[in-house]
Design a protein around this ligand. Structure first.
Ligand code: ZN
Ligand code: ZN
Length: 101
């Protein structure tokens, strides 16, 4: 396990939040529950991430980023201009509002 502050504040102390352990009267371990986030940075309070588990999550995120930053073009339903969607949700040609999805 390799914890790191998601805020990259450099803090090296973390508090585990998921230590909800259920034991019976004899002290036998019964169950535990995971809560999210699992750890917080004691320095700044940001959620900490376990680098041991991050690669898969980062990959998924990177894939999402790629998808969301990929240029998307749709046809304006009014004037049929090919419009690149970025921040602009109106057709630059005729001003018609564009629906994404
Ligand atoms: Zn921190
Ligand atoms: Zn248009």
């Amino acid at each position: 396990m390799m914890l790191i502050c998601s805020n990259r504040c450099g803090g090296s102390l973390f508090r585990a939040l998921f230590a909800e352990v259920e034991i019976d009267a004899a002290g036998e371990y019964q169950d535990y529950r995971l809560t999210q986030p699992g750890y917080v940075c004691l320095n700044c309070g940001a959620p900490a991430v376990d680098l041991g588990e991050v690669p898969a999550a980062m990959e998924a995120e990177a894939r999402e980023d790629e998808a969301s930053t990929a240029p998307t073009a749709i046809l304006c339903p009014v004037c049929e201009t090919m419009v690149q969607l970025d921040a602009n949700m109106e057709c630059p040609n005729c001003g018609a509002p564009l629906e994404v999805g």
